[in-house]
Design a binder for this molecule. Structure first.
Ligand code: AMP
Length: 597
């Protein structure tokens, strides 16, 4: 018998023998054992007085807290998997964001005022619609790809007549070639007209401006008919926009509709444009005769409210257009301050093309039983835009831009991230004989207005702009959007390309990218292109994608980017950095100050 066999027999015969198992493996086995015990649920019901099992699990006479402490002491709780840890981390970040973003006035919060029922209006859908079942309403929603979430949804209406607008408004719409409501109007208008709070998510160019302007107009008309406004009274409702241009556009639409009503014998309705860079004395007449509607940017609005030029005592309607932009641009504190001027409950509507979770959290405490109306994924790109992404070296961009301008007839919009680039491109195009104008935050109000006017009226072919011009501006007929650079955040990309492909027309967006773009944004772009069924260029297709590797889906709940998760969100990181620097310099982080850009 060999030595080794001898040893084996010896060990086999010896009952006390315990084979050596390395400590790492022993720990692992222990963990597996307890994980199994924790997850297996005993299917046989226990007798009331049944003897307690010694195995870890639920014991009826020991509190869960004590059990948890005991388990922890005995190291019985299995370690969390990487995936569990990651999800927990995401949840923690999201909850912290939600707490930070609550949108309530300080007074209401202090007094514990909490509205529980939505506002009531005299409007209701036609009888035949009221008599339809919810299932029938759902068929209409399905047809137009509308998703509604929330208690007691309001039925969708797919023609303006059923919405009971006065004849001059129906004529005005017809004259503007607006024959049928778009999906966001089909659902958004009935929701807003019936007084419900709402979060409206719709891609750019989908007609959301009308969805919140018309209900305001109707509310103003009803108030005026009931009891005409006099000096110092009003507004009845208010729309807040993140940029001056966007505010002016919405204001002009409201004025046109009010004019149509007046021409037809309805009482005059007065709107006030409340934005930075204009002389408010020019609207002194409106201020003295009582204001029905205000369209404002946050900075100037705060200024006017502080100076008591008007008040929100009878204001019952508040709409925030491009609400996510507003928060991003640092207006959060201003908006919160504005809230404190309300004297009673108001109907609140938040509209945006992109609606990351932070806005829904932001709205949580301000909205009463809101309906979330969603047409298309929040943050998704407009499907009427053909997106072309090209790899262009930094030094070749300018020359290639000239070539790109040949792709379509004018008008063409060129976006660049910073002011200097906008000025350089503008100068280069002028040198090459292109009829171009430029707009950015460093230009005077007059220069900006001139640029926009001449571009809108087709006197100039190309508008070169920073992201200022991308935020909700409605330039008709834009054929082509060129992104001279890729914005740092995917939401900005969605807003930029959304300037074309409006009102059901097809547009083109060309984006230059190169090694200067971060990997994160390239991944977000890759996902967005795929989602919109666009061609993914080889240099993006070849990128290694962690979400594919680890089977993660759903993207970032903070910014809506599909190529990363919230714990890697560059935008959140940037916001934190800003908050930190705000704290370090002793300022209140996130305060918007008085600037309107
Ligand atoms: P918005 O998304 O509000 O910026 O609107 C984009 C453009 O669509 C504007 O020029 C509107 O005049 C136009 N529009 C709005 N509603 C409709 C509609 N129901 N049918 C056709 N065009 C519309």
């Amino acid at each position: 018998m060999s030595e080794s066999n001898h040893n084996a027999d010896f060990y086999n015969d010896n009952d006390d023998y315990v084979p050596y198992v390395p400590i790492k493996q022993r720990r692992l086995e222990k963990l597996h054992k307890y994980a199994k015990q924790r997850r297996v649920v005993d299917p046989t019901p226990k007798e009331e007085n049944e003897e307690e099992s010694t195995a870890p699990g639920t014991r009826t006479n020991v509190s869960l807290l004590d059990q948890a402490v005991e388990n922890r002491k005995n190291n019985l709780i299995p370690e969390k998997t990487e995936e569990e840890k990651r999800l927990e981390e995401e949840k923690r970040i999201e909850e912290a964001q939600a707490r930070h973003k609550a949108l309530v006035s300080v007074q209401e919060a202090a007094a514990g005022v909490h509205y529980t029922e939505p506002m009531k209006t005299s409007w209701q859908p036609p009888r035949f619609v009221r008599e339809q079942s919810e299932a029938e309403h759902e068929i209409v929603r399905k047809k137009y790809h509308i998703i509604v979430e929330g208690e007691n949804p309001v039925p969708p209406l797919n023609n303006f007549r059923d919405m009971k607008f006065p004849q001059p408004i129906l004529d005005y719409l017809k004259e503007k070639k607006i024959m049928k409501p778009t999906p966001i109007q089909t659902q958004g208008l009935p929701v807003a007209l019936s007084g419900r709070d709402m979060i409206g998510i719709a891609f750019t160019g989908s007609g959301k401006t009308l969805a919140f302007s018309l209900p305001l107009l109707m509310l103003a008309l009803e108030a005026e008919v009931r009891l005409p406004l006099t000096r110092g009274e009003g507004p009845v409702g208010m729309i807040i926009c993140p940029s001056r241009e966007l505010a002016r556009q919405t204001y002009e639409n409201l004025c046109q509709m009010a004019e149509c009503l007046e021409k037809d014998g309805f009482p005059p309705l007065r709107a006030l444009l409340c934005i930075g860079g204009i002389d408010m004395r020019e609207q002194g007449d409106v201020l003295t005769r009582g204001i029905h509607m205000v369209v404002a940017t946050p900075g100037r609005l705060m200024d006017m409210l502080t100076k008591k030029k008007f008040n929100l005592d009878i204001c019952k309607y508040l709409c925030m257009d491009e609400a996510d932009r507003m928060i991003d641009m640092g207006f959060e504190e201003d908006v919160r301050n504005i809230m404190s001027y309300f004297k009673s409950q108001r109907q609140t509507l938040l509209f945006s093309a992109t609606m990351p979770k932070k806005i829904q959290d932001f709205a949580l405490s301000a909205l009463v039983k809101p309906l979330v109306v969603n047409v298309g994924r929040a943050g998704a790109a407009n499907l009427d835009v053909i997106q072309e992404v090209e790899y262009v070296k930094q030094e070749a961009k300018m020359v290639y831009l000239l070539e790109c301008l040949q792709k379509t007839p004018p008008p063409v919009l060129v976006f660049a991230e910073n002011k200097n680039d906008v000025d350089d491109i503008h100068e280069y195009l002028l040198l090459k004989g292109v009829e171009a104008v430029a707009i950015h935050g460093g230009k005077s109000q007059d220069e900006r207005e001139f640029a926009i006017r001449s571009f809108k009226t087709f006197k100039k072919d190309v508008l070169v702009a920073t992201d200022v011009a991308s935020k909700g501006l409605d330039f008709a007929e834009i054929q082509h959007v060129i992104n001279y650079d890729m914005p740092k955040e995917i939401e900005d990309y969605v807003h930029r390309i959304g300037r074309t492909g409006r009102s059901g027309k097809t547009g083109i967006a060309t984006t230059f990218i190169n090694q200067h773009c971060s990997e994160q944004i390239r991944l977000d772009l890759k996902h967005l292109l795929r989602e919109a069924k666009q061609r993914v260029p080889p240099f993006l297709a070849a990128m290694e994608d962690p979400s594919e590797k680890y089977g993660l889906s759903g993207g970032c709940t903070f910014c809506g980017g599909l190529g990363h998760r919230i714990n890697e969100c560059p935008k959140l990181e940037q916001q934190r950095r800003q908050q930190m620097s705000g704290i370090m310099s002793g300022r209140n982080a996130g305060g918007g100050g008085g600037n309107d850009f």
